[in-house]
Design a protein around this ligand. Structure first.
Ligand SMILES: [Ca+2]
Length: 171
């Protein structure tokens, strides 16, 4: 009787331990004013951009640029947007969605993982970056070019829209 009671106690303890040991967390990294923007002889914080009517949207993310309107739509502009974030466990699941006006190159932890030469009608693209994420500190950099076009800035805007959702296993 005593032995079986002891076993029940041990089993209950192990069950509780297992529940507390296996836990997941997730975080959304979205484009917003917390990103830095870097250009030739310039570094600052990104701002929310004027939204072109044809641009898509991603829940929780903002279209960002160096300025509300493109500053030089007649000659084009290229900027690098950057954000650092932490993954406090073993990444188990991720989903990355991005849209840019016009072209982009997406770099995760120093590795080029995706690029697009076309503004893609303002639509978003999804990429698998599961093997590119690291435990601890991560850096995402996106180089975006607004191409030369005729017209004023409201018709030739530049922008970046980004969302990365990462789920990790606490270990
Ligand atoms: Ca444009």
């Amino acid at each position: 009787m005593f032995r079986s009671f002891t076993l029940v106690i041990i089993f209950a303890f192990l069950s509780c331990s297992a529940v507390t040991l296996v836990s997941f967390e997730s975080v959304d990294i979205v484009s917003d004013e917390s990103w830095t923007v870097q250009g030739t002889n310039y570094m600052g914080k990104a701002v929310e951009a004027w939204n072109h009517p044809q641009w898509t949207s991603i829940s929780g993310a903002k279209w960002i640029w160096k300025s509300f309107y493109a500053e030089d739509p007649w000659n084009g502009e290229t900027y690098m947007f950057q954000k650092e974030f932490s993954i406090n466990g073993l990444p188990t699941q991720s989903s990355l969605t991005i849209a840019a006006d016009d072209s982009f190159a997406l770099i995760l932890n120093g590795n080029l993982v995706a690029s697009s030469q076309n503004w893609n009608e303002g639509q978003a693209q999804t990429f698998n970056v599961q093997g590119k994420l690291l435990q601890g500190r991560n850096t995402v950099q996106v180089v975006v070019s607004n191409y030369v076009r005729d017209g004023h800035s409201q018709f030739n805007t530049g922008g970046l829209l980004f969302k990365l959702t990462v789920t990790w296993l606490n270990i």
